[in-house]
Design a protein around this ligand. Sequence first.
Ligand code: ZN
Ligand code: ZN
Length: 280
Amino acid sequence: MSNMSTMYQTDNQITNQNISNNKPLYLVDSHCHLDTLDYTTKTVEQVLAVAAERDVQHCLAVATTLSGYRSMRQILNPYQQCLSFSCGVHPLNLDDEPFDLALFETLAQSDNVVALGETGLDYYYQQDNIEKQQDAFRAHIRLGRKLGKPVIVHTRNAREDTIKILKEEQVLSGVLHCFTEDLDTAKQLLDIGFYISFSGILTFKNAESLREVARYVPLDRILIETDSPYLAPVPYRGKENQPANVREVAEYLAALKGVPLTTIAEQTTKNFSKLFNITV
Ligand SMILES: [Zn+2]
Ligand SMILES: [Zn+2]
């Protein structure tokens, strides 16, 4: 609570403090790469303890390759009581190793795997394998339909193809993570039942158009995330991001929406449980 009232001076802060003094908050980091933080000077246990101190009680750890999924589980399995997992291949990691669809299907059915991804399209960093990206994206959506699991979608410079493929493949459900697209894209995603996840980018000085989108998206369709170790929010920019910092995203969103922090915590946790079909 310490720095909240000084950081975001809005009328609802007093309400936030009154309510949260009575009832502990329950925040969820819906997207992090917890296995890839720098563990030379700290442990996973410590990272989770720091998160819990800031009421971040659950994290969804997201894979970017199939081999990475396996090593992620080795590192994180001891902490499953506060974690869930996603299995898939990131569009920028498709050249790292063969994408074995049979193995993907097997791994995607392991315990506590609540989603497939992250998948999607990234034409900003890579354009020489667009067809490969699209094929892999389609494969994730199809498996999601087969297994009844949502997809976690990454998109950059590829909004039209992303939406086109989601529609063509009749995606079951999912979230556009780390949303940085325009309002029209958000509307189209909401129309197909998608959730929109906001990261620390929301707090960046130059992110006014993103804040417009966040003001628009209904609270019952919003998730919050860190995407740690990337994208540390203000005031931690340039440092390694951690799940604890989803607190900053939640506080910022509360001020932006003009609602108490408790409302953001309760609603985003409820959304998380609904989308990923788990009780947290
Ligand atoms: Zn991503
Ligand atoms: Zn990610």
